[in-house]
Write a protein that binds this ligand. Sequence first.
Ligand code: AQP
Length: 332
Amino acid sequence: MKVFSGAQPSGKIHIGNYLAAIKNWAELQDKNECLFSIVDLHAITVDYDAENFEKKINQLLAVYLAIGLDPEKVTIFLQSEIKEHSELAWLLSTITPLNELQRMTQFKDKSEKVAGKSGATINAGLLNYPILMAADILLYQTDIVPVGQDQVQHIEFARTIARKFNKKFGQTFKVPEAKVLKIGAKIMSLVDPTKKMSKSDENQESCIYITDSEKDIKRKISRSVTDSGKKIKYDAKKKAGISNLLTIYSLFSGKTIKETEKHFINKNYKQLKEELSDLLIEKLSPISKKIKELEGRDIYLKEVLEIGRKKAQKIAKSSMETVKRKMGLSIN
Ligand code: AQP
């Protein structure tokens, strides 16, 4: 199977990004042909710091490698280095109805956030984000896209566009499928468990970043919002905070939700939080240590991206020639 996914260099990676997406990439790499991109062109659709952008890209690459992606097995590349992503996005935009983009949940949420800031304007890039994502995926004839729940609507969009293109210009693209965890596809904020944990959340207490210190993890988990009850039971609607903590515990421990509930049956919220903090520290500190080591290895990181660029470029170029031919465009 062909697997494609990516993350934005838009901030520190949190356990939602890790559990629902990046951790699974490493598990898929042995049996599949995988491409994992650092999607920098997506990250610039909102306000960002150009001066520190390269540093953020390197930090994300260090995360990819620290969680075990092997550049000899998978193609790791920087999206903006493959110009065909932008080119295909433009071509796909010509068959995309505007209202399809306007109804996207991520666009509505992010543009609301932007609208709330004084002097800020909603740019067309934010609206066109799903087209670029469809181009990322379709360019590589992807079968599977491992993502979190928040990206499923965008995969649905990519499927629709692939079918539309194939119908209009003849069979060209594979119709990709989202691969989403049954439990943990949407890790919630520790401060407001009705909202997803999000890199762009200004309140850093809402996220456990995979590079958080022991002290940060303990503080954030101990202060995480739960409810006034006492029972440790999974009920995402009535006990959103506790259910979120149980989900995180379950995914890091390898226990099912039922086994996790059983484990905490005669314990209180404080004990759940303490055990969860210990588990997070145990699982995240080796990753954190590796990230720090890798961040200093600039030449190696450059080499990894260069190897990936060459591999991705070859596929992208050939795909674009096919697409252009089908659309009656010149390939010169
Ligand atoms: N809370 C989450 N729970 C589970 N999965 C999540 N993902 C994001 N948040 C959660 C998944 O992580 C992958 C990489 O995400 P991204 O870098 O593309 O950023 P995003 O989806 O926009 O997520 P963030 O962290 O919330 O960033 P901002 O704040 O910039 O929007 C994707 O597969 C995503 O589904």
